[in-house]
Ligand binder design. Structure first.
Ligand SMILES: Cc1ncc(COP(=O)(O)O)c(C=O)c1O
Length: 409
Protein backbone atom coordinates (compact mmCIF):
# COMPACT_ATOMS: atom_id res chain seq x y z
CA UNK A 1 0.00 0.00 0.00
CA UNK A 2 1.39 3.40 -0.90
CA UNK A 3 1.88 6.07 1.71
CA UNK A 4 -0.76 8.76 2.12
CA UNK A 5 0.37 12.16 0.80
CA UNK A 6 0.74 13.43 4.35
CA UNK A 7 3.39 10.82 5.22
CA UNK A 8 5.95 13.44 4.19
CA UNK A 9 4.37 16.05 6.43
CA UNK A 10 4.94 14.53 9.87
CA UNK A 11 7.21 16.67 12.02
CA UNK A 12 10.70 15.44 12.82
CA UNK A 13 9.85 15.39 16.52
CA UNK A 14 7.63 12.35 15.98
CA UNK A 15 9.80 10.69 13.36
CA UNK A 16 9.20 12.80 10.23
CA UNK A 17 8.42 10.83 7.07
CA UNK A 18 9.35 7.64 8.94
CA UNK A 19 6.51 8.11 11.42
CA UNK A 20 4.64 4.85 12.04
CA UNK A 21 7.18 2.74 10.14
CA UNK A 22 9.55 1.84 12.98
CA UNK A 23 9.69 -1.71 14.24
CA UNK A 24 11.07 -0.94 17.71
CA UNK A 25 8.72 -2.10 20.43
CA UNK A 26 8.60 0.00 23.53
CA UNK A 27 8.92 -1.32 27.04
CA UNK A 28 5.28 -1.14 28.07
CA UNK A 29 4.11 -2.68 24.80
CA UNK A 30 6.59 -5.56 25.31
CA UNK A 31 5.16 -6.13 28.76
CA UNK A 32 1.60 -6.09 27.41
CA UNK A 33 2.49 -8.65 24.75
CA UNK A 34 4.31 -10.89 27.22
CA UNK A 35 1.29 -10.76 29.54
CA UNK A 36 -1.04 -11.81 26.72
CA UNK A 37 1.31 -14.67 25.84
CA UNK A 38 1.57 -15.83 29.45
CA UNK A 39 -2.22 -15.89 29.76
CA UNK A 40 -2.51 -17.88 26.53
CA UNK A 41 0.27 -20.35 27.50
CA UNK A 42 -0.84 -20.80 31.10
CA UNK A 43 -4.57 -20.24 31.44
CA UNK A 44 -4.46 -22.26 34.67
CA UNK A 45 -2.00 -19.86 36.32
CA UNK A 46 -3.20 -16.56 37.72
CA UNK A 47 -1.20 -13.60 36.44
CA UNK A 48 0.26 -11.77 39.45
CA UNK A 49 0.44 -8.20 38.24
CA UNK A 50 3.04 -6.07 40.03
CA UNK A 51 3.42 -3.96 36.90
CA UNK A 52 0.39 -1.72 37.31
CA UNK A 53 1.14 1.90 38.25
CA UNK A 54 -2.40 2.95 39.10
CA UNK A 55 -4.32 2.94 42.37
CA UNK A 56 -6.61 -0.06 42.61
CA UNK A 57 -9.47 1.58 44.54
CA UNK A 58 -12.29 3.97 43.68
CA UNK A 59 -12.13 7.52 44.99
CA UNK A 60 -13.52 7.94 48.50
CA UNK A 61 -17.33 7.56 48.83
CA UNK A 62 -17.78 11.13 50.04
CA UNK A 63 -15.84 12.53 47.08
CA UNK A 64 -18.00 10.56 44.66
CA UNK A 65 -21.11 11.88 46.44
CA UNK A 66 -19.93 15.48 46.03
CA UNK A 67 -19.27 14.76 42.36
CA UNK A 68 -22.78 13.32 41.94
CA UNK A 69 -24.26 16.49 43.41
CA UNK A 70 -22.06 18.97 41.56
CA UNK A 71 -22.62 17.36 38.18
CA UNK A 72 -26.28 18.49 38.26
CA UNK A 73 -25.62 22.15 39.08
CA UNK A 74 -26.02 24.54 36.16
CA UNK A 75 -23.25 26.83 37.39
CA UNK A 76 -20.70 24.02 36.86
CA UNK A 77 -21.51 23.41 33.20
CA UNK A 78 -19.17 25.79 31.36
CA UNK A 79 -15.51 26.29 30.56
CA UNK A 80 -13.42 26.38 33.70
CA UNK A 81 -10.50 28.22 32.07
CA UNK A 82 -7.69 28.43 34.58
CA UNK A 83 -9.80 27.05 37.43
CA UNK A 84 -12.30 27.91 40.11
CA UNK A 85 -11.51 29.63 43.40
CA UNK A 86 -13.03 26.78 45.46
CA UNK A 87 -10.30 24.41 44.27
CA UNK A 88 -7.42 26.86 44.66
CA UNK A 89 -8.57 27.75 48.17
CA UNK A 90 -8.79 24.06 49.11
CA UNK A 91 -5.24 23.57 47.76
CA UNK A 92 -4.01 26.48 49.89
CA UNK A 93 -5.60 24.92 53.02
CA UNK A 94 -4.13 21.53 52.10
CA UNK A 95 -0.60 22.87 51.52
CA UNK A 96 -0.73 24.65 54.86
CA UNK A 97 -2.15 21.67 56.75
CA UNK A 98 0.09 18.97 55.26
CA UNK A 99 3.36 20.83 54.65
CA UNK A 100 3.18 24.16 56.50
CA UNK A 101 3.42 25.99 53.15
CA UNK A 102 1.53 29.29 52.88
CA UNK A 103 0.32 30.13 49.36
CA UNK A 104 -1.91 32.80 47.92
CA UNK A 105 -4.69 30.85 46.19
CA UNK A 106 -5.33 33.54 43.58
CA UNK A 107 -1.78 33.96 42.30
CA UNK A 108 0.40 31.10 43.52
CA UNK A 109 -1.79 28.09 42.63
CA UNK A 110 -3.21 26.96 39.29
CA UNK A 111 -5.01 23.71 38.59
CA UNK A 112 -4.06 21.32 35.78
CA UNK A 113 -5.83 18.40 34.14
CA UNK A 114 -3.56 15.90 35.89
CA UNK A 115 0.07 16.63 36.70
CA UNK A 116 1.18 14.97 33.45
CA UNK A 117 -0.27 17.85 31.48
CA UNK A 118 1.50 20.42 33.66
CA UNK A 119 4.83 18.66 33.14
CA UNK A 120 4.17 18.68 29.40
CA UNK A 121 3.40 22.42 29.38
CA UNK A 122 6.06 23.88 31.64
CA UNK A 123 8.89 23.49 29.07
CA UNK A 124 6.88 25.72 26.70
CA UNK A 125 7.34 28.57 29.14
CA UNK A 126 11.16 28.29 29.23
CA UNK A 127 12.72 26.20 26.52
CA UNK A 128 14.02 27.79 23.35
CA UNK A 129 16.00 25.80 20.83
CA UNK A 130 19.30 24.64 22.35
CA UNK A 131 18.29 25.23 25.98
CA UNK A 132 18.86 22.42 28.45
CA UNK A 133 16.53 20.70 30.89
CA UNK A 134 18.26 18.75 33.64
CA UNK A 135 16.30 15.61 34.40
CA UNK A 136 16.84 12.68 36.70
CA UNK A 137 16.86 9.14 35.23
CA UNK A 138 15.22 6.74 35.64
CA UNK A 139 12.12 8.87 35.84
CA UNK A 140 8.87 10.18 34.46
CA UNK A 141 9.92 11.42 31.02
CA UNK A 142 7.16 13.88 30.02
CA UNK A 143 8.98 17.19 30.70
CA UNK A 144 11.95 15.83 28.75
CA UNK A 145 9.84 14.78 25.77
CA UNK A 146 8.40 18.28 25.52
CA UNK A 147 11.80 19.90 26.03
CA UNK A 148 12.92 18.00 22.93
CA UNK A 149 9.72 19.01 21.07
CA UNK A 150 10.80 22.65 21.52
CA UNK A 151 14.29 21.94 20.24
CA UNK A 152 15.77 21.76 23.71
CA UNK A 153 18.17 19.17 25.05
CA UNK A 154 17.69 16.83 27.98
CA UNK A 155 20.73 16.35 30.18
CA UNK A 156 20.31 13.20 32.25
CA UNK A 157 21.25 13.01 35.91
CA UNK A 158 21.49 9.34 36.92
CA UNK A 159 19.95 8.30 40.22
CA UNK A 160 22.27 5.78 41.84
CA UNK A 161 21.89 3.72 44.95
CA UNK A 162 25.24 5.00 46.30
CA UNK A 163 23.82 8.56 46.28
CA UNK A 164 20.53 7.49 47.88
CA UNK A 165 18.93 8.10 44.48
CA UNK A 166 19.61 11.84 44.67
CA UNK A 167 21.26 13.51 41.65
CA UNK A 168 24.92 14.53 41.88
CA UNK A 169 24.42 18.25 41.24
CA UNK A 170 28.10 19.05 41.80
CA UNK A 171 29.07 16.67 39.01
CA UNK A 172 27.27 18.63 36.27
CA UNK A 173 29.75 20.19 33.82
CA UNK A 174 29.88 24.03 33.75
CA UNK A 175 29.07 24.25 30.02
CA UNK A 176 25.90 22.23 30.63
CA UNK A 177 24.94 24.45 33.54
CA UNK A 178 25.45 27.56 31.42
CA UNK A 179 22.78 26.40 28.98
CA UNK A 180 20.44 24.79 31.54
CA UNK A 181 17.17 26.51 32.40
CA UNK A 182 15.08 23.85 34.11
CA UNK A 183 15.94 21.36 36.83
CA UNK A 184 13.21 18.71 37.03
CA UNK A 185 13.12 16.67 40.22
CA UNK A 186 10.65 14.10 41.51
CA UNK A 187 10.40 13.18 45.19
CA UNK A 188 9.13 10.83 46.49
CA UNK A 189 10.82 9.44 43.41
CA UNK A 190 9.25 7.27 40.77
CA UNK A 191 10.48 4.61 40.17
CA UNK A 192 13.25 4.39 42.83
CA UNK A 193 10.97 5.07 45.81
CA UNK A 194 13.53 7.44 47.38
CA UNK A 195 12.41 10.48 49.34
CA UNK A 196 14.38 13.73 49.59
CA UNK A 197 15.77 14.99 52.89
CA UNK A 198 15.33 18.64 53.72
CA UNK A 199 19.10 19.25 53.34
CA UNK A 200 18.90 18.13 49.72
CA UNK A 201 16.13 20.62 49.00
CA UNK A 202 18.17 23.35 50.74
CA UNK A 203 21.07 22.53 48.48
CA UNK A 204 18.78 22.63 45.44
CA UNK A 205 17.60 26.15 46.35
CA UNK A 206 21.17 27.41 46.62
CA UNK A 207 22.19 25.59 43.44
CA UNK A 208 19.25 27.02 41.48
CA UNK A 209 20.17 30.55 42.60
CA UNK A 210 23.85 30.09 41.77
CA UNK A 211 23.16 28.74 38.29
CA UNK A 212 19.93 30.62 37.44
CA UNK A 213 17.76 27.53 37.16
CA UNK A 214 14.02 27.14 37.56
CA UNK A 215 13.18 24.10 39.68
CA UNK A 216 10.20 21.94 38.81
CA UNK A 217 9.60 19.46 41.61
CA UNK A 218 7.18 16.70 40.61
CA UNK A 219 5.31 15.82 43.80
CA UNK A 220 2.84 13.36 42.25
CA UNK A 221 3.66 10.79 44.95
CA UNK A 222 4.08 13.33 47.78
CA UNK A 223 1.56 11.84 50.17
CA UNK A 224 3.05 8.34 49.94
CA UNK A 225 6.10 8.95 52.10
CA UNK A 226 7.07 6.20 54.55
CA UNK A 227 10.48 7.06 55.96
CA UNK A 228 9.67 10.68 56.83
CA UNK A 229 6.57 12.83 57.16
CA UNK A 230 5.39 13.90 53.70
CA UNK A 231 7.36 17.04 52.83
CA UNK A 232 7.21 19.75 50.21
CA UNK A 233 10.09 21.40 48.40
CA UNK A 234 8.28 24.70 48.92
CA UNK A 235 8.57 24.38 52.69
CA UNK A 236 12.32 25.01 52.45
CA UNK A 237 13.33 28.67 52.84
CA UNK A 238 13.90 30.28 49.46
CA UNK A 239 12.25 27.50 47.44
CA UNK A 240 9.28 29.66 46.54
CA UNK A 241 11.75 32.10 44.93
CA UNK A 242 13.26 29.50 42.59
CA UNK A 243 10.56 27.12 41.47
CA UNK A 244 7.24 25.41 41.42
CA UNK A 245 5.93 22.15 42.71
CA UNK A 246 3.54 20.04 40.65
CA UNK A 247 0.96 18.06 42.63
CA UNK A 248 -1.53 15.38 41.69
CA UNK A 249 -4.84 14.12 43.04
CA UNK A 250 -4.17 10.76 41.37
CA UNK A 251 -2.04 8.76 43.78
CA UNK A 252 -2.69 10.16 47.25
CA UNK A 253 -6.47 10.45 46.79
CA UNK A 254 -7.31 7.42 44.58
CA UNK A 255 -8.36 9.86 41.82
CA UNK A 256 -6.20 8.63 38.93
CA UNK A 257 -8.84 8.88 36.21
CA UNK A 258 -10.35 12.15 37.42
CA UNK A 259 -7.41 14.12 35.94
CA UNK A 260 -6.77 16.75 38.53
CA UNK A 261 -3.64 18.35 39.90
CA UNK A 262 -2.05 21.73 40.43
CA UNK A 263 1.09 23.81 40.01
CA UNK A 264 2.11 26.04 42.90
CA UNK A 265 5.03 28.24 43.87
CA UNK A 266 6.44 31.54 42.63
CA UNK A 267 3.59 33.67 41.24
CA UNK A 268 5.43 34.65 38.07
CA UNK A 269 6.21 31.00 37.29
CA UNK A 270 2.64 29.94 38.05
CA UNK A 271 1.41 32.76 35.83
CA UNK A 272 3.67 31.64 32.94
CA UNK A 273 2.33 28.10 33.32
CA UNK A 274 -1.26 29.41 33.39
CA UNK A 275 -0.66 31.39 30.18
CA UNK A 276 0.60 28.32 28.36
CA UNK A 277 -2.21 26.20 29.78
CA UNK A 278 -4.80 28.73 28.73
CA UNK A 279 -3.63 28.20 25.16
CA UNK A 280 -3.86 24.40 25.45
CA UNK A 281 -7.07 23.59 27.32
CA UNK A 282 -10.12 25.24 28.85
CA UNK A 283 -9.82 23.76 32.31
CA UNK A 284 -11.08 20.67 34.08
CA UNK A 285 -14.85 20.17 34.51
CA UNK A 286 -15.88 22.35 37.45
CA UNK A 287 -17.75 19.49 39.16
CA UNK A 288 -14.45 17.57 39.28
CA UNK A 289 -12.66 20.60 40.70
CA UNK A 290 -15.25 20.88 43.47
CA UNK A 291 -15.13 17.16 44.26
CA UNK A 292 -11.32 17.42 44.38
CA UNK A 293 -11.64 20.37 46.77
CA UNK A 294 -13.79 18.19 49.05
CA UNK A 295 -11.11 15.47 48.92
CA UNK A 296 -8.35 17.93 49.82
CA UNK A 297 -10.31 19.09 52.86
CA UNK A 298 -10.59 15.54 54.23
CA UNK A 299 -7.25 14.64 55.83
CA UNK A 300 -8.46 11.10 56.56
CA UNK A 301 -8.43 10.11 52.87
CA UNK A 302 -4.67 10.32 52.21
CA UNK A 303 -3.98 8.81 55.66
CA UNK A 304 -6.06 5.75 54.80
CA UNK A 305 -4.47 5.32 51.37
CA UNK A 306 -1.00 5.78 52.83
CA UNK A 307 -1.65 3.12 55.51
CA UNK A 308 -2.91 0.65 52.92
CA UNK A 309 0.06 1.00 50.57
CA UNK A 310 2.55 1.01 53.44
CA UNK A 311 1.06 -2.25 54.75
CA UNK A 312 1.20 -3.82 51.29
CA UNK A 313 4.77 -2.60 50.75
CA UNK A 314 5.95 -4.10 54.05
CA UNK A 315 4.47 -7.46 53.05
CA UNK A 316 6.05 -7.30 49.60
CA UNK A 317 9.52 -6.42 50.93
CA UNK A 318 9.36 -9.26 53.48
CA UNK A 319 8.18 -11.77 50.88
CA UNK A 320 10.77 -10.84 48.23
CA UNK A 321 13.55 -10.86 50.84
CA UNK A 322 12.58 -14.41 51.83
CA UNK A 323 12.78 -15.35 48.15
CA UNK A 324 16.36 -14.07 47.82
CA UNK A 325 15.77 -10.62 46.29
CA UNK A 326 17.83 -7.74 47.66
CA UNK A 327 15.31 -5.24 48.91
CA UNK A 328 14.62 -2.78 51.65
CA UNK A 329 11.54 -0.71 52.39
CA UNK A 330 11.44 2.24 49.96
CA UNK A 331 11.18 5.75 51.37
CA UNK A 332 7.89 6.35 49.56
CA UNK A 333 5.64 5.75 46.51
CA UNK A 334 3.87 2.51 45.82
CA UNK A 335 6.89 1.22 43.88
CA UNK A 336 9.63 -1.10 45.07
CA UNK A 337 12.79 -0.71 42.97
CA UNK A 338 15.05 -3.67 43.44
CA UNK A 339 18.21 -4.87 41.63
CA UNK A 340 17.16 -7.25 38.85
CA UNK A 341 18.41 -10.82 39.30
CA UNK A 342 21.25 -11.59 36.92
CA UNK A 343 20.13 -15.15 36.37
CA UNK A 344 19.21 -18.43 38.02
CA UNK A 345 21.57 -20.89 39.69
CA UNK A 346 22.18 -23.52 36.99
CA UNK A 347 19.71 -21.75 34.69
CA UNK A 348 19.49 -18.83 32.29
CA UNK A 349 21.44 -15.58 32.69
CA UNK A 350 19.73 -12.23 32.24
CA UNK A 351 21.69 -9.58 30.37
CA UNK A 352 19.53 -6.78 31.73
CA UNK A 353 16.41 -6.02 33.75
CA UNK A 354 14.22 -6.37 30.68
CA UNK A 355 15.37 -9.99 30.22
CA UNK A 356 14.71 -10.74 33.90
CA UNK A 357 11.26 -9.16 33.67
CA UNK A 358 10.39 -11.11 30.51
CA UNK A 359 11.50 -14.34 32.21
CA UNK A 360 9.29 -13.62 35.24
CA UNK A 361 6.24 -13.04 33.07
CA UNK A 362 6.82 -15.99 30.73
CA UNK A 363 7.90 -18.60 33.28
CA UNK A 364 6.09 -17.53 36.44
CA UNK A 365 3.27 -15.26 35.25
CA UNK A 366 4.64 -12.50 37.50
CA UNK A 367 4.55 -9.06 35.91
CA UNK A 368 7.08 -6.34 36.84
CA UNK A 369 8.43 -3.26 35.05
CA UNK A 370 12.15 -3.33 34.11
CA UNK A 371 14.40 -0.24 34.32
CA UNK A 372 17.79 -0.31 32.62
CA UNK A 373 18.54 3.44 32.56
CA UNK A 374 20.92 3.57 35.54
CA UNK A 375 21.68 -0.04 36.47
CA UNK A 376 19.36 -3.02 36.05
CA UNK A 377 16.33 -2.84 38.34
CA UNK A 378 12.85 -4.30 38.56
CA UNK A 379 9.92 -2.26 39.75
CA UNK A 380 7.22 -4.06 41.72
CA UNK A 381 4.08 -2.02 42.36
CA UNK A 382 1.72 -2.70 45.28
CA UNK A 383 -1.34 -1.42 43.41
CA UNK A 384 -2.47 -4.95 42.50
CA UNK A 385 -6.15 -5.69 42.90
CA UNK A 386 -6.99 -7.38 46.20
CA UNK A 387 -10.33 -6.83 47.92
CA UNK A 388 -9.09 -7.13 51.50
CA UNK A 389 -6.11 -8.11 53.63
CA UNK A 390 -6.85 -11.82 53.29
CA UNK A 391 -6.73 -11.42 49.49
CA UNK A 392 -3.43 -9.49 49.80
CA UNK A 393 -1.97 -12.29 51.93
CA UNK A 394 -3.16 -14.96 49.49
CA UNK A 395 -1.53 -13.06 46.62
CA UNK A 396 1.74 -12.74 48.55
CA UNK A 397 1.67 -16.47 49.40
CA UNK A 398 1.12 -17.35 45.74
CA UNK A 399 3.97 -15.08 44.60
CA UNK A 400 6.25 -16.56 47.26
CA UNK A 401 5.42 -20.13 46.27
CA UNK A 402 6.43 -19.35 42.67
CA UNK A 403 9.53 -17.25 43.35
CA UNK A 404 10.93 -19.57 46.02
CA UNK A 405 11.21 -22.40 43.52
CA UNK A 406 14.12 -20.61 41.81
CA UNK A 407 17.58 -19.76 43.07
CA UNK A 408 17.89 -16.14 41.96
CA UNK A 409 21.39 -14.77 41.49
C1 LIG B 1 6.31 10.67 38.87
C2 LIG B 1 5.01 10.95 38.24
N1 LIG B 1 4.71 12.21 37.89
C3 LIG B 1 3.54 12.52 37.32
C4 LIG B 1 2.62 11.53 37.03
C5 LIG B 1 1.34 11.93 36.35
O1 LIG B 1 0.26 11.81 37.22
P1 LIG B 1 -1.15 12.45 36.92
O2 LIG B 1 -1.13 13.01 35.54
O3 LIG B 1 -2.12 11.34 37.05
O4 LIG B 1 -1.34 13.54 37.93
C6 LIG B 1 2.90 10.20 37.36
C7 LIG B 1 1.94 9.14 37.02
O5 LIG B 1 2.23 7.99 36.92
C8 LIG B 1 4.12 9.91 38.00
O6 LIG B 1 4.43 8.67 38.36
Amino acid sequence: MSDPYFQQLFADRIGGAQYGKGTAIYKFEKIKRAKRQALADHPERRLLDFGIGENDALADTRVRQVMAEEINKPENRGYADNGVAEFKEAVARFMQREYGVALDPASEINHCIGSKTALSMLPAAFINSGDITLMTVPGYPVAGTHTAYYGGIVHKLPLLVENNFLPDLDGIAPDILDRAKLLVLCYPNSPTGATAPREFYEKVVQFAREHSLVVVQDAAHALLSFDRAPNSFLSVPGAQEVGVEVHSMSKGFDMIGWRMGWVCGHRQLVSAFADVKDNCDSGQFIAIQKAAAAALDDASIPRRIHAKYQRRMEKLVAMLTRCGFQCTMPGGTYFLYTPAPTGLEGGPRFENAEAASQYLIAEQSICTVPWDDAGAFLRFSVTYEAADEAAEDALMAEAEARLKNSNWK
